[in-house]
Write a protein that binds this ligand. Structure first.
Ligand code: MF3
Ligand code: CO
Ligand code: CO
Length: 271
């Protein structure tokens, strides 16, 4: 289960990338983050998530890139927009956002064959304190995970860091979805689980690329998928939040490919 170098390897093999891969991921990650930056002023009461999706589509194509999610397993949008108790994979719709909603917007772009995958939470107006507290905690958990990622650490250390911080603050970590390796493909090995035991799983080595994308619920961790085949919601209808970065393990630590160039990494965003 350790990383191997090479091209024609199957999906269970963790690919180790070189400097060219880092350069490719920097460009893809930056564009994905720019999509999320561009959307900031548009996330307002009365705006539909379908309108946001159209803005993202135009922005991505105008920069010579493509959304990775269109035609991905039958999906047909550029964004996932997950509102309130939707955990992930919310499908953009005509329903207007409402004052007090929290929404995760997740985008993946392909630039010169490399995938940049990132998501952030947005506030619609001013959500209730418990919602903002969940969003803050989820952002902190993502960064606890990123800080646990370095050569010599193990994949389980990331999940452990996230789970410990979430549960200490009486929130639960979703188990049914996880982060993933990425690079020239959208989803590949390894699975990056967001709860786990330290010292378990594959050792992290320079050149591994993967996402960290914890989903936290105010209530219980269980999810269910709606009739549309995509939308994952909390079974107990409690609020859910998520943040995602694409990262690469370096010789001495970790590089985050999807940082916001505008400094808009978390809400509340300046008006
Ligand atoms: N971007 C999501 C992830 O973080 C995957 C979305 S797949 C879709 O892995 F088809 F739902 F868009
Ligand atoms: Co992802
Ligand atoms: Co994503």
């Amino acid at each position: 289960m350790h990383g191997v170098t090479g091209a024609d390897l199957d999906e269970r093999t963790i690919v180790i990338h070189d400097a060219e891969g880092f350069a490719g991921m920097r460009k893809a990650g930056r564009l994905a983050a720019e999509v999320l930056d561009m959307l900031v002023p548009h996330v307002q009461p009365g705006v539909s998530t379908l309108a946001l999706d159209a803005l993202a589509y135009e922005f991505i194509l105008a920069r010579g890139a493509v959304p990775a999610t269109i035609f991905y397993r039958g999906y047909s949008h550029s964004l996932c927009t997950s509102v309130n108790h939707v955990i992930c994979h919310g499908i953009p719709s005509e329903r207007p956002l409402r004052e007090g909603d929290i929404v995760n917007i997740d985008v993946t772009v392909v630039v010169d064959g490399w995938h940049g995958d990132t998501s952030r939470m947005y506030y619609v107006g001013t959500p209730p304190l418990k919602a903002r507290r969940l969003v803050d905690l989820t952002f902190e958990c993502l960064w606890r995970g990123i800080e646990a990622a370095r050569p010599g650490a193990r994949l389980g250390d990331i999940g452990h860091a996230i789970q410990t911080h979430a549960e200490k603050n009486r929130c639960s970590v979703v188990r049914d979805f996880c982060g993933h390796g990425l690079g020239r493909r959208f989803h590949m090995a390894p699975n990056v689980v967001h709860a786990g035991r330290p010292g378990t799983g594959p050792e992290l080595v320079p050149g591994m690329f993967f996402t960290i994308e914890p989903m936290l619920n105010l209530g219980r961790p269980e999810s269910k998928i709606l009739e549309d085949g995509w939308t994952a919601v909390t079974r107990d209808r409690s609020l859910s939040a998520q943040f995602e970065h694409s990262v690469g393990i370096t010789e001495d630590g970790v590089e985050v490919f999807t940082l916001s160039p505008a400094g808009l990494d978390r809400p509340p965003y300046p008006v």
